[in-house]
Design a protein around this ligand. Structure first.
Ligand code: CAA
Length: 281
């Protein structure tokens, strides 16, 4: 696998492109919005400058990595050359299904199609293609250049050789593959989101204030961020949508998003990206 296409130039898409170009892969970054592509390039440059200042890479390595990156505004032009297409578009199943159908029509017959979805069923996305055996989940964590995990999700149709190839590729980019089955929330969010939801419930019950709840989990459990700060960082809308998928998928009220989370999303308090959530930014 030499050439990767990444669909979506947002936070996850630009992070995924960053790690692949740094490891010498040619990446076609695709977004319908030219402005999003420009922003992605400047984000990648900024994050690489941060790595230079920490002595992780040199300026020459940054320039070599950036020369591996090409940008496109359509799937039709950016996908045909790719051996692997990683979809990192907005977390909406209708949009993702339509993107999967388009990718399937434009990609080489041998190409693998992966989704960076945090909770949408891989089987559902595979069903939007004529190659379900070549569809798999590759769930990266934010910030992608820093976090070691890639949660790899097999659906029933995924060919074991495809899983093997993706596991090997994940190791090549210096990340750790963890293979799981296609169940609501997979593993990462099935365990993370109930913790975040419980922190919001405890806060809404007045058990403690935001800072104290976060401090308890940081100091007591050695988490780098407390659950409320992490919720702001992930996006409260994303947290709610993952909980909704698990609530629906398992039919179990323990995954039902806390009323305070629902009302904050309705008010547009989505965390870092809107300037306010549990904290102000
Ligand atoms: N690109 C490159 N490097 C970056 C970076 C980026 N975007 N962001 C941070 N870094 C690097 C820094 O340069 C620094 O490097 P050194 O260790 O070499 O000095 C290191 O990461 C730590 O960064 P900072 O010193 O700036 O800040 P910090 O120590 O507070 O760490 C953090 C920041 C890495 C984000 C840390 O707070 C953390 O790990 N938070 C939890 C993140 C987490 O849980 N992510 C998963 C979210 S869930 C998800 O993504 C999936 C989902 O489906 C919802």
């Amino acid at each position: 696998m030499e050439k990767i296409a990444v669909i979506g130039a947002g936070t996850m898409g630009n992070g995924i492109a960053h790690v692949f170009i740094q490891k010498g892969f040619k990446v076609n970054l695709i977004d319908t919005q030219a402005a999003a592509l420009e922003k992605a390039i400047s984000t990648i440059e900024k994050n690489m400058d941060r790595q230079i200042s920490k002595g992780v890479i040199t300026n020459e390595e940054k320039l070599a990595a950036l020369s591996n990156l090409s940008t496109y505004t359509s799937i039709e032009t950016g996908v045909p050359a790719a051996d692997l297409v990683i979809e990192a578009a907005t977390e909406n199943s209708t949009i993702k299904e339509s993107i999967f159908t388009q990718i399937d029509q434009c990609a080489k017959p041998t190409a693998i199609i992966a989704s960076n979805t945090s909770s949408i069923s891989i089987a559902q996305l595979a069903a939007a293609t004529q190659r379900p055996e070549k569809v798999i989940g590759m769930h990266f964590m934010n910030p992608v250049p820093v976090m070691k995990l890639v949660e790899i999700i097999n659906c029933n149709a995924t060919d074991p050789e495809v899983t093997e190839a993706i596991v090997a590729l994940t190791k090549k980019i210096n990340k750790v593959p963890c293979v799981v089955k296609d169940f609501p929330g997979f593993i990462a969010n099935r365990i993370l989101m109930p913790m975040i939801n419980e922190a919001i419930i405890a806060y809404s019950e007045g058990v403690s204030d935001v800072e104290t709840i976060d401090q308890i989990m940081k100091l007591g459990m050695a988490h780098p961020m407390g659950p409320l700060q992490l919720a702001d960082y992930i996006g409260l809308d994303v947290c709610k949508s993952i909980l909704d998928i698990m609530y629906k998928g398992f039919g179990n009220t323990k995954y039902s998003p806390c009323p305070l989370l629902v009302s904050m999303v309705e008010e547009g308090k989505l965390g870092v990206k809107t300037g306010a959530g549990f904290y102000k930014y």
